[in-house]
Design a protein around this ligand. Structure first.
Ligand code: SAM
Length: 276
């Protein structure tokens, strides 16, 4: 049976799948360098070591998979965007990469000692289903870890971008409605959802991340070409709104100029669970 939420979910997934394929190269250059800053913490959290079978869900262009391969894990990656998978395969010839939906994994149950998902969870319209699927494919005794952006109140980068849109533009653009960006930036929510899906020994902690740009003027154009939802939201403002938003972002980013360029702090929540 198809209801409204199924249609909305499918429309959002199609938008994301097309968009991530389109921007894969730029994502790899501009954003994976940011998201990969927490790779080692994620791999530590699931006990990644030589010989373990690890699944990287929403693997993107394969940076986390590459870090797991360096530890000699046996790595499988999955993403629904074709171009992302193509780049991951190039980056990690020793990995095994698949197209697929995180909410409907095609792997048999109980195959992996570790399942990881770096900044994928906020893209899934039904994250409970994705978490349940990760639980299913884990072996008993296996560990699961995911990350999510923290909300603007504790994330200066998100505060700058979204605050500028809220003040000078509109958040209400013509995009398929997606899941909340910061739901899992809340530790209590992470604990509740992981426990509800059967995980025990749940722990959640915040990790710092830094966004770097050459100049304050570089911030908005870079986000537009390399990110899916944020980039589309910025691109879809009227010319005047875009000018005003861009000026606000330049002014805000100027406060973060260092000798290395522009360094804007941000953070993610890292949530970890154990399959008994
Ligand atoms: C922000 S990127 C994160 C990529 C990578 N994990 C990283 O840390 O750079 C989100 C990724 O999730 C993928 N994705 C979104 N929804 C998905 C779904 N339902 N199933 C599989 N992949 C999905 C996108 O194609 C994209 O590669």
């Amino acid at each position: 049976m198809t209801d409204d939420s199924t249609i909305t979910h499918e429309a959002f997934k199609q938008f994301e799948c097309d968009k991530f394929s389109l921007i894969a190269q730029e994502y790899d250059r501009a954003i994976a360098v940011v998201t990969s800053q927490v790779d080692e913490a994620i791999l530590d959290a699931v006990g990644t070591k030589s010989g373990i079978r690890l699944l990287d869900v929403a693997c993107g262009t394969g940076w986390l998979s590459a870090a797991a391969l360096k530890r000699q894990a046996i790595v499988t990656g999955l993403d629904f965007a074709e171009k992302m998978v193509a780049i991951a395969r190039e980056r990690c010839p020793q990995g095994s990469f698949h197209h697929g939906d995180a909410e409907n994994l095609t792997f048999e149950s109980g195959q992996f000692e570790a399942v990881v998902c770096n900044l994928g969870i906020l893209h899934f319209p039904n994250p409970e289903k994705a978490i349940a699927e990760s639980f299913r494919v884990l072996k008993p005794g296996g560990r699961y870890a995911f990350t999510c952006w923290t909300p603007p109140t504790r994330n200066p980068f998100m505060a700058l971008i979204l605050g500028s849109v809220q003040t000078y533009g509109s958040m209400d653009v013509d995009l398929p409605s997606g899941p909340p960006l910061f739901r899992f930036g809340d530790p209590t929510e992470c604990e509740m959802v992981l426990s509800a899906q059967g995980f025990t020994q749940v722990s959640v902690r915040e990790l710092p991340i830094k966004w770097t740009f050459s100049t304050p003027e570089d911030v908005m154009p870079k986000i537009i070409v390399s990110s899916a939802r944020l980039g589309s939201m910025l691109a879809m403002q009227s010319d005047e709104q875009r000018r005003n938003i861009e000026n606000a972002i330049i002014e805000g980013a100027s406060k973060y100029v260092t000798k290395n360029g522009v360094e804007i702090p941000a953070s993610v929540m890292l949530a970890v669970g154990y399959k008994p």
